[in-house]
Design a binder for this molecule. Structure first.
Ligand code: HXC
Length: 257
């Protein structure tokens, strides 16, 4: 693996990003965040993009959090700016128009858990460990965890995790809905490859519309959100995909999107 902090592999619009700081268990420092933001900015607006996978280098850790050594000496203003850099970067990731998958191969703590929460999918190895241990360091989650965690797992479990700082295993993460799937580590890569192939093989316009309806609708009242769904549903009939998808069904063949 080369020296870049974010490794990028592009396989026909299925883009895999690897955070490459394994000696520090892929902890997020300013340099990693800046590089991640640069890479994500380059993906925005790409019509051929089908899915994005994000993972950590090595088998031990996805991301073990924000870089504690870097944060230690920060003033409140510097801490706010550091967290703001991550909030902006994670927002870019969250609002990519295609499905995003966190491939969690080990420690997924603090800012790492917050990174996974900014993805649509989280797929974890059975030895993965999750948590928001910030209170053990005298701080709170600052990369979006206090807001995205309750939205994903509900406020009671988010409060539990953020106030105890306890770590949970992959089985519990699955049970509370923090992750979508748990696999033996040896099968994780193959599973994510199949998943992204499946996502990439579906109609790209409708996959994007489904993501937009869910993401944008979640922040709206139900009537506005249903109106959004209705508009996006109609929009699906404006392109070739719906004709191809429905014709393929009627003609008893596979659609070619
Ligand atoms: C900086 C880190 C790090 C981190 C690990 N390392 N986590 N460096 N920031 N978050 C470094 C260690 O210092 C060590 O470097 C190397 O990675 C290997 O870690 P070890 O501790 O030796 O490994 P191990 O004994 O296997 O323990 C793994 C671990 C532990 C349980 C994950 O490293 C750990 O508890 N890390 C901190 C987890 C955490 O609290 N994360 C939340 C951070 S706060 P050396 O040089 O000694 O080999 C956060 C806030 C987000 O994320 C919002 C802020 C605005």
């Amino acid at each position: 693996m080369s020296e870049s902090l974010i490794e990028v592999v592009d396989n026909a619009g299925i883009v895999r990003l690897t955070i490459n700081r394994p000696k520090a268990l892929n902890a997020l420092n300013s340099a990693v965040l800046a590089e991640l933001e640069r890479v994500l900015a380059g993906l925005e607006g790409r019509a051929d993009l089908r899915a994005v996978v994000i993972t950590g280098a090595g088998e031990k850790s996805f991301v073990a959090g924000a870089d504690i050594a870097e944060m230690r000496e920060k003033t409140p203003e510097q801490a706010r700016d550091f967290a703001r850099q991550a909030l902006d970067t994670f927002k870019r990731l969250e609002t990519l128009p295609v499905p995003t998958v966190a491939l969690v191969n080990g420690f997924c703590l603090g800012g790492g858990c917050e990174l996974a929460l900014a993805c649509d999918w989280a797929v974890a190895s059975d030895n993965a460990l999750f948590g928001q241990p910030e209170v053990l360091l005298g701080v709170i989650p600052g990369f979006g965890g206090t807001q995205r965690l309750p939205r994903r797992v509900g406020p009671a479990m988010a409060l539990d995790l953020c106030t105890t700082g306890r770590k949970i295993d992959a089985a519990e993460a699955l049970r509370i809905g923090l992750v979508n799937r748990v696999m033996p580590q040896a099968e994780l890569e193959g599973y994510v490859e199949e998943l992204t192939k499946q996502l990439g093989g579906n109609g790209p316009q409708s996959v994007r519309a489904a993501k937009q309806a869910i993401h944008d609708g979640m922040d709206q009242d139900l009537d506005s959100a249903l109106a959004l769904e209705n508009a996006l549903f109609a929009f699906c009939f404006a392109g070739d995909e719906q004709t191809e998808g429905m014709s393929a069904f009627v003609e008893k063949r596979k659609p070619n999107f």
